[in-house]
Write a new protein. Structure first.
Ligand code: 8YV
Length: 330
């Protein structure tokens, strides 16, 4: 009798083609319902799987990992951000962690650019007005629905990795002046192409820009990077866009400033306590709120799934998977 293949457990419903391919290749347990696993189900999965495929909605912390079974060898995250996983503890326990970088860069940058355009130009407000008034409006007026010009404004990008650079390329084409804060400056040729100014001091950059875009990963070092103190450095006409992780901004402080008109508006695709959305945000006109859709394209999800499959297959064949997460690059 052939030996039983290692068990792969997938925590969420994935695209049909990805699930079908996984079923061909692996001894896989797929998810029937399209909801996040309960803590009890996730604990059970960790206890029995050799490979687990989690997503952003599964918190695999040290306590969960302490209950993992002896077979668990690989956490193949369906997503690039790995802040849902205690990677250091996993590695210490001899469990490899992989993610899906690269394939969602352009989609996430598109959504970021969409918010950079939508908030100052009041796109959601205008659309909501027509829908709310069933298409009836008094007609064009010279001083109605005026937003802010995009061209010529200063964009401050926090985190100039793949996504930050893809945002910068788009924003540069829209005539925005590119400023960025990163652990180190980007390659000189790229900086030259984008006309990008490096700010070693985040505080100094924040005080000078008109739009801030958050594009760094969420790590212990970036939790509340945009703290109440730093948000106070922004100019009152500044907009904040976040397609990275809600935890990077002190959301309560942001809400207070939006309510008080101390900043002009915000475009948020991510929230500090997802899936909860601060109800005070929902009462504001000067925000565009999206339910974590940055990478939500049919093509992107398929490519994320393909990456997960390659990572698992390579690992099972006894090789190093291509997208291993190592602490130095977190
Ligand atoms: C994904 C993301 O949809 O990959 C990421 O880091 O933020 C999202 O775009 C989600 O995380 C999938 O797990």
């Amino acid at each position: 009798m052939p030996a039983e293949k290692p068990l792969v457990i997938v925590t969420r419903k994935l695209p049909d083609a990805i699930e079908a391919r996984m079923a061909e290749l692996f001894n896989v347990r797929l998810r029937d319902s399209d909801s996040a696993m309960s803590t009890a189900d996730l604990t059970d999965a960790l206890r029995h799987a050799a490979v687990i495929v989690p997503t952003v909605t599964d918190r695999i912390d040290a306590r969960m990992l302490s209950q993992a079974g002896p077979d668990l060898r690989l956490i193949a995250n369906f997503g690039t951000g790995v802040d849902n996983i205690d990677v250091e503890t996993a590695l210490r326990r001899g469990i490899t962690v992989t993610n899906t970088p690269g394939v969602l860069t352009e989609d996430t940058a598109d959504m970021t650019m969409a918010l950079i355009l939508a908030v100052p130009r009041r796109l959601a407000e205008g659309a909501a007005f027509l829908r709310g008034h069933k298409g009836q409006w008094p007609g064009w007026a010279p001083t109605w629905m005026l937003g802010r010009r995009i061209t010529g404004k200063r964009l401050g990008i926090i985190g100039m990795g793949r996504i930050g650079q893809a945002v910068a390329r788009r924003a540069h084409a829209f005539g925005l002046e590119i400023h960025y804060h990163n652990r180190k400056p980007v390659n000189a040729v790229i900086a030259e192409e984008l006309g990008a100014t490096y700010w070693e001091s985040l505080d100094q950059m924040l005080a000078r820009v008109d739009i801030v875009s958050v594009n760094c990963p969420h790590t212990p070092a970036t939790f509340h990077l945009l703290s109440a103190r730093r948000l106070q450095l922004l100019k009152p006409h500044c907009y904040v866009v976040n397609t990275a992780r809600g935890e990077i901004i002190d959301e309560n402080a942001l809400v207070r400033m939006l309510e008080a008109g101390q900043i002009a508006g915000a475009g948020l695709d991510v929230f500090e306590n997802e899936p909860a959305v601060n109800p005070r945000l929902l009462n504001l006109d000067n925000v565009v709120l999206l339910p974590h859709m940055g990478s939500a394209t049919i093509e992107g999800r398929a490519e994320m799934g393909e990456k997960v499959i390659i990572n698992i297959k390579t690992f099972m064949d006894g090789h190093r998977p291509p997208d291993r997460v190592i602490p130095a690059i977190m």
